[in-house]
Write a protein that binds this ligand. Structure first.
Ligand SMILES: Nc1ncnc2c1ncn2[C@@H]1O[C@H](COP(=O)(O)OP(=O)(O)OP(=O)(O)O)[C@@H](O)[C@H]1O
Ligand SMILES: [Mg+2]
Length: 565
């Protein structure tokens, strides 16, 4: 009879043990991946009673830690001198370099070394099921680069509770040497300071489903960014944040700049107004109205030039200079509200009257932008408002967005209470140096009157290209990355993402597959992998409000379970 045959009453085999009614099967780590994949715990051990991880850690004194690292460095050095031996020269060079780097970090007290005892235990109500659970765990660990070992004839040592063996009798593979960063990767993100009292729920930790609350009003800047490829769930996440903010602080004003016309349902559900820019019967916004700068005509003239350059990106330098001069003359006429008609006249009168500009300006008189020709007539008093830009020619969107942003900015100045401006499809503005600079300035000033921007765009690269874009990114107090198509080295470096984080982001699960969105939040020093998940009532509200009626997943409860609820 094989020693592994289940015998009635038998309580231990070479690789398993019975504990009460359950069978437990330990698993040890033989070799770690070169870098711990980000968020790996959530993937390797999805919340289930069948898998348990035990960890004990002792700090290695600093002088001993340095000795270990120097030892590793000299081994690599010696092998390199010997021409590499069995290992590749490139690999040995990497080892030597990382030993040098770690040595510096240890000396600077940026890292420490730890002696870590690590063991996984799979369990189930039958031996076969427990072994199956261990096998699946082995496969999941292998998929993220771990090599594991099933301890044989060492069951007592492998399963002994932490501390009992005083560190002496453990199976090989139990003790590992790790850096503080490596050890930290094993911990769920339960730090109290990321649970802002009075904050909104932004997501559930992917490693242990603990909720993470953030309070933008307690942060240095009230502006956040949300980045993700198409369909990653940006608009949904932003709507969820807006909704939860309103529940928590009903006095919060919300203005949505909505290029695709997706937010009408949400804004109406919140009792607000939707302004359709394509519909002149609702009233007009005059891009030239100097009220937006509180009568500061120089500032207004410069914003108008920015708007028009976004409309006519092909202007040559001399044309831009002519435009600038015409706009200045327009405002030099005094503190009154000019119209596009007057601007066209001014362009026709100037030194370049026979150039392209007067022809381009015809668009405001007889062309598709005639709707903005005339004084401002739009009046909206609601605390909740969407400006819907859908149905307008795509090439005009940067222009429309810029003057609407100018108008929004003015509207929020001086009003009491917290305010959020949600700007979707921000890439439309980010591509033009003038408009992105305007947005950057707006973000910096918004906080002085308790307003924050919620900026959404598909690719952070859009903003990394210019110094204003980078300045804007630095002024976001939270950045949420959803699935990204790719993460460039420049993007990694700017946001301080590790290679495994960057790699993980290109594979983060999409809401269409998972029923929730996987995301990585950068908040201060923290990098938090979170599931952005809506409760059923939220989902029902947003599902029908956003984009006018989206389908519910077949089984929202299973989506919630998959999210670790
Ligand atoms: N956290 C979520 N939970 C459940 N469903 C979601 C979630 N996020 C998004 N969805 C659904 O996934 C689809 C795509 O989401 P969304 O429109 O927010 O993507 P997006 O990133 O804004 O895409 P685009 O760049 O094309 O605007 C929508 O049908 C939305 O209802
Ligand atoms: Mg969207």
């Amino acid at each position: 009879m094989s020693p592994e045959m289940p015998t009635p009453g038998r309580s231990e085999g070479t690789t398993w043990r019975r504990r009460g009614r359950r069978y437990v099967c330990p698993l040890l780590v033989r070799q770690f991946p070169s870098e711990l994949p980000f968020g790996f715990l959530g993937r390797v051990a999805p919340p289930s009673p069948g898998v348990e991880l035990t960890l004990e850690a002792d700090r290695i004194p600093a002088d001993r830690a340095l000795e270990i690292v120097q030892g590793a460095r000299s081994v690599a050095e010696t092998e390199l001198l010997d021409g590499g031996g069995g290992a590749s020269v490139a690999q040995l060079e990497v080892e030597r370099r990382s030993a040098d780097e770690l040595g510096r970090e240890l000396a600077g007290r940026l890292q420490e070394l730890w002696r870590v005892g690590l063991r996984w235990v799979a369990s189930a109500d039958s031996r076969a099921r427990a072994e199956g659970e261990r096998l699946r765990l082995t496969e999941r660990l292998a998929a993220v680069g771990f090599r594991t070992r099933v301890p044989r004839y060492e069951i007592a040592e492998a399963l002994a509770p932490p501390g009992r063996w005083g560190g002496q009798r453990r199976p090989s593979g139990y003790w590992q040497t790790m850096t503080t960063d490596g050890l930290a990767a094993f911990y769920p993100f339960g730090d109290e300071s990321i649970v802002d009292p009075g904050g909104v729920l932004v997501g559930l930790s992917l490693s242990d489903a603990s909720p993470v609350f953030l309070d933008r009003w307690a942060q240095a800047s009230y502006s956040w960014g949300v980045f993700g490829t198409t369909g990653a769930g940006k608009s949904f996440a932003a709507s969820l944040i807006a909704l939860r903010t309103r529940w928590l602080r009903p006095e919060t004003e919300l203005v949505v700049l909505d290029p695709l016309g997706e937010y009408a349902g949400l804004v109406q559900a919140l009792g607000g107004t939707v302004v359709h820019l394509r519909d002149p019967s609702q009233g007009r916004l005059n891009p030239l109205d100097p009220v937006t700068t509180g009568g500061d005509l120089r500032e207004k003239a410069s914003r108008v030039v920015t708007m028009l350059r976004a409309l006519w990106p092909s202007l040559r330098d001399e044309e831009a200079a002519t435009l600038d001069a015409a706009v200045s003359r327009l405002y030099a006429r005094g503190d009154r509200e000019p119209t596009m008609d007057e601007l066209a006249e001014e362009l026709a009168r100037g030194p370049a009257a026979d150039g392209r500009l007067p022809t381009l300006a015809e668009v405001f008189r007889t062309g598709s932008l005639a709707g903005v020709n005339g004084p401002t007539t739009l009046q909206v008093e609601d605390r909740t408002l969407a400006v819907d830009l859908s149905g307008l020619p795509e090439e005009h969107l940067p222009f429309h967005l810029t003057y609407v942003l100018d108008w929004t900015y003015h509207r929020l100045v001086g009003r009491p209470g917290p305010k959020i401006v949600l700007l979707d499809e921000a890439h439309l503005i980010a591509r033009h140096p003038g408009t992105i600079e305007f947005l950057d300035r707006a973000v910096r000033h918004l906080r002085h009157f308790r307003a924050g921007l919620l900026l959404l765009t598909q690719d952070p690269e859009d903003l990394l290209q210019s110094s204003s874009g980078r300045s804007l990114l630095r002024n976001l107090s939270a950045t949420a990355f959803l699935r990204l198509a790719e993460v460039s080295p420049a993007c990694r470096a700017f946001f301080g993402l590790s290679t495994s984080e960057a790699e993980w982001l290109t594979k983060a699960r999409l809401p269409t597959d998972a029923g929730y969105a996987e995301s990585l939040w950068r908040v201060g020093p923290w990098h938090l992998p979170l599931a952005i998940i809506a409760s059923t009532p939220e989902y029902e509200l947003l599902g029908s409000a956003l984009g006018g009626g989206r389908d519910l997943p077949a089984d929202p409860a299973s989506a919630a379970r998959a999210g670790g609820l």
